[in-house]
Design a protein around this ligand. Structure first.
Ligand code: CAA
Length: 257
């Protein structure tokens, strides 16, 4: 499949999806989100892929939803067209997804990064929800995922003032997993992605689902889900292999189911 707004390649068990609208700092329009959705579905279906990396350019991960595409829309356009609903495709990916963020991750770009399971940031990364300056608010999870990630005080600070947060502040606030020099961003992210992709697939899917439950359920429900998922993994060959390999002091050979 050939795409116009993204570039997709596989490196071993890792699929790398690069946002590619350099003329607009990777602003996310409906074509890009449509292509991203197709690419993610295909990575999800490919047995050879264990982890997905989404990245942009050195200057911008993505500078937001495409303002030119939105500017003339009316209330009924966005309501009846359920504008932005298609972004849910990212949240529904079951395999691990890592965002490698350099440069601007603003508005929908920050929201796209937050849809991912973890963010690795270059030291030039800047995050923000500047929608307020356009007379709107974040519409793709910015007020919700950002608040869960960094707490009310900082989420309010960013959403109400539209100010940007640098990589150091983003790491300190819990938005990003780690910050690396720009020159090392892809190498570091790929090392992490390859390590993740080498893990047994069933355990990966359930670990991701269990962590996400922490945001969507009570502690008691989350703990019950975790325990059942933990129990279920004892039905897999990979649990037998992983534990046998530990006891035999040899590397495990996972089946990936
Ligand atoms: N949509 C459309 N085009 C965009 C864009 C966006 N979100 N962000 C940047 N561009 C375009 C610019 O219009 C410009 O194109 P032209 O050269 O054709 O004019 C090109 O990308 C380069 O941008 P700048 O010249 O502005 O680059 P800069 O380095 O001076 O500034 C920036 C960079 C601070 C990121 C600035 O571009 C900017 O503020 N962009 C908008 C950020 C924003 O408001 N994002 C939120 C969008 S709304 C949203 O995302 C809603 C939602 O939740 C769904």
């Amino acid at each position: 499949m050939s795409y116009k707004t993204i570039i997709v390649e596989s490196v071993g068990k890792v699929a790398v999806i690069r946002l590619h609208r350099p003329e607009a700092l990777n602003a996310i329009n409906s074509e890009l989100i449509g292509e991203l959705s197709v690419a993610l579905r295909s990575c999800e279906a490919a047995p050879s892929i264990g982890c997905i990396v989404i990245t942009g350019s050195e200057k911008a991960f993505a500078a937001g939803a495409d303002i030119r595409e939105m500017a003339d829309k009316s209330f009924s356009d966005v309501l009846l067209g359920d504008f932005a609903a298609t972004w849910d495709c990212i949240a529904h990916v079951r395999k691990p997804v890592i965002a490698a963020v350099a440069g601007f991750a603003l508005g929908g770009g920050c929201e796209l990064a937050m849809h991912c399971d973890m963010i690795v940031a270059a030291d030039n990364a800047r995050f923000g929800q500047p929608e307020i300056k356009l007379g709107i608010i974040p519409g793709i999870g910015g007020t919700q995922r950002l608040t869960r990630a960094i707490g009310k005080a900082k989420a309010m600070d960013l959403c109400l003032s539209g100010r940007l947060m640098d990589a150091t502040e983003a790491e300190r606030s819990g938005l990003v997993a780690r910050v690396v020099p720009l020159a090392d961003l892809m190498a570091e992210t790929m090392r992490t992605a390859e390590a993740v992709a080498a893990m047994p697939l069933a355990a990966l899917l359930l670990a991701k689902e269990a962590v996400n439950r922490a945001f969507e359920s009570s502690l008691a429900e989350g703990l019950a889900f975790e325990r059942r998922a933990f129990h279920a993994l004892f039905a897999t060959d990979d649990q037998k292999e992983g534990m046998a390999a530990f006891i035999d002091r040899r590397p495990p050979h996972f089946s990936r189911m």
